[in-house]
Design a protein around this ligand. Structure first.
Ligand SMILES: [Zn+2]
Length: 173
């Protein structure tokens, strides 16, 4: 992260400790003056010595230093919101959410499988009914009260699913 040379406001770390911020302050690139709250939050868990020690350990690897400070800021933010469990609480919460979503996904996959299977059965029934000529039904006698010689099944439901499509639409609305 490039440093702004010349006159600048003391970084949030130095300001918090009422110190003059040297031009080579190791924390200045990561804790700018306009983010005092973020530094105070980090300072609850990490001392300045620990932070500078981590940065020193990472040497000239600027990418690693940025990532380390970003991770520390995130950890401290989570700890502030969940002082008891911190990141572990967040991890468990996300694991629980993931498990619930995986169960839901499994249900949806099963439903898709089941609907496809029923659709195939219905298509087969329609094809069979078109191949086999349907016997004539008496006029106006109604179902189950006709001449009694031709059983007609007007219910094309398969596996309890009506063929009028309204039940299917319930799953897709
Ligand atoms: Zn400073």
């Amino acid at each position: 992260m490039p440093r702004i040379e010349g006159s600048r406001a003391p970084c949030a770390a130095c300001r918090n400790h009422h110190l003059r911020c040297p031009i080579d302050c190791p924390l200045a690139p990561y804790f700018p003056a306009n983010q005092p709250e973020i530094f105070r939050n980090v300072h609850r868990l990490y001392t300045v010595a620990t932070l500078t020690g981590i940065l020193k350990y990472l040497g000239d690897n600027e990418l690693m230093k940025q990532e380390a400070i970003r991770s520390i800021k995130f950890e401290c933010h989570v700890r502030r919101n969940n002082p008891v469990h911190g990141c572990l609480g967040l991890l468990r919460s996300l694991e629980h959410e993931l498990n619930e979503l995986e169960k839901e996904l499994e249900d949806v996959r099963y439903m898709v499988y089941w609907l496809r299977k029923n659709n195939q059965k219905q298509q087969q029934i329609i094809q069979d009914s078109q191949i086999t000529p349907m016997p004539s039904i008496g006029n106006g006698n109604g179902n189950g009260n006709g001449n009694g010689n031709v059983p007609v099944n007007n219910d094309r439901s398969v596996g309890g699913l009506s063929n009028n499509g309204s039940d299917l639409r319930l799953y897709f609305d």
